[in-house]
Write a protein that binds this ligand. Structure first.
Ligand code: FAD
Ligand code: SF4
Length: 316
């Protein structure tokens, strides 16, 4: 692995300065970034890494203020999973955090890094940049004609059919969260993007500082469910988060397309109705009404439909 200059930023201002010019990259827990660096996955590499876990005031906190849950960007997933207030009130977030990877990854990986992580398409991740695909600035999508069994069921975005792998993303969208950065506030739903070597709407040098989650309306309940091949150390084949009761329902899926998918037709199908077997089944069917699976990803449509149903029933 190439050697990188490493800066432990003492303040956010210092981190921003070090990132100016676009040659340096943020490192938080390093669980995603280090893999891409070690495997030489990308055609170009940063000259320096800027550690934001060292900034003061620290970005590692969980607090509730004025009806709002605030989670600092470098808060570890293990701490989110273990927080009793999150478990009780923002249940989908807690259930998503506990299903990420393994205890080791959750002890290192941060919420900011989780939502900014790169996708897992095996052509993209092949060591030594063997496949110079669209997401690396190349011209071809090798998955389109190759092995795409874990890829999108909702078509391509900007020529890419890789799926977004985060478990935290659909929970944040279902809970109506906002991502706060050094430059602005972005609704979680609009945070994800599909561009060359990035899965976010962040501009170069923009740092996620906090995740804000409004307290769910009185009577609302949320749930997260994930289908993966293994019980641990496994990315989702499909996952789903829902929030229902006490307001308009919110339902989000991930690993079904290049960005997390807000299932608005499923939300409309369950809105104003009791959550029971028949209504949850109908919402599941509505969630996949617009699916356009590839021949190898048809099986994911049934999984998505079933997860929506089960996540809704888990709130009752
Ligand atoms: C074996 C394994 C299994 C996994 N399984 C799952 C899984 O089941 N579900 C799941 O959701 N994830 C899974 N992951 C991904 C894991 O959750 C992420 O690697 C982790 O959350 C990333 O956090 P980090 O702090 O380590 O980020 P880093 O690796 O430090 O950074 C990741 C990216 O985010 C950027 N970044 C980090 N923090 C910020 C910030 N504050 N502002 C702007 N950009 C930032 C970095 O520049 C980098 O591009 C798995 C990872 C591994 C290695
Ligand atoms: S699916 Fe996306 S990441 Fe994978 S090969 Fe195609 S363009 Fe590249």
């Amino acid at each position: 692995m190439k050697a990188f200059e490493h800066t432990n930023a003492k303040t956010l201002a210092e981190a921003k300065n070090a990132l100016a010019g676009g040659k340096a990259t943020i490192i938080a827990g390093g669980t995603d970034l280090i893999g891409t660096l070690k495997d030489s996955v990308l055609p170009t590499y940063p000259s320096a890494l800027v550690n934001i876990k060292t900034v003061a005031p620290s970005l590692d906190y969980i607090k509730e203020e004025a009806g709002m849950l605030k989670i600092g960007a470098t808060t570890r997933l293990a701490d989110i999973a273990a927080n009793p207030a999150i478990n009780k009130k923002y249940t989908a977030l807690s259930q998503a955090a506990i299903r990420v990877a393994t205890p080791h990854v959750r002890d290192m990986g941060t919420i900011g890094g989780n939502i900014a992580q790169l996708h897992r398409c095996w052509y993209f991740r092949k060591p030594e940049n063997r496949f110079d695909c669209i997401r690396k600035g190349g011209k071809a999508c090798f998955a389109m004609t190759g092995d795409n069994r874990y890829h999108s069921i909702f078509g391509a975005v900007n020529g890419c059919i890789a799926v977004h792998p985060s478990d935290m993303a659909p929970a944040l969208i279902a809970l109506n969260a906002t991502v706060v950065t050094t430059a602005r506030k972005i609704e979680a739903e609009n945070f994800f993007d599909v561009k060359v070597a990035s899965n976010t709407a962040l501009a170069p040098g923009e740092i996620i500082t906090e995740i804000q989650v409004p307290a769910p309306p009185a009577g609302a309940k949320s749930a997260f469910i994930k289908f993966a091949i293994r019980k641990s150390i496994d990315f989702p084949i499909v996952n789903c988060a829902v929030m229902v009761g006490g307001g308009a329902p919110r339902i989000a899926l991930n690993a079904v397309g290049p960005k997390p998918y807000r299932a608005v037709k499923a939300e409309a199908a369950i809105a104003g109705k009791p959550v029971n077997d028949a209504n949850a089944e109908a919402a599941g069917a509505a969630a996949v009404a617009d699916a356009k699976p590839l021949p190898a990803t048809k099986y994911k449509v049934q999984i998505a439909k079933t997860l929506v149903k089960r996540a809704l029933l888990a709130t009752v």
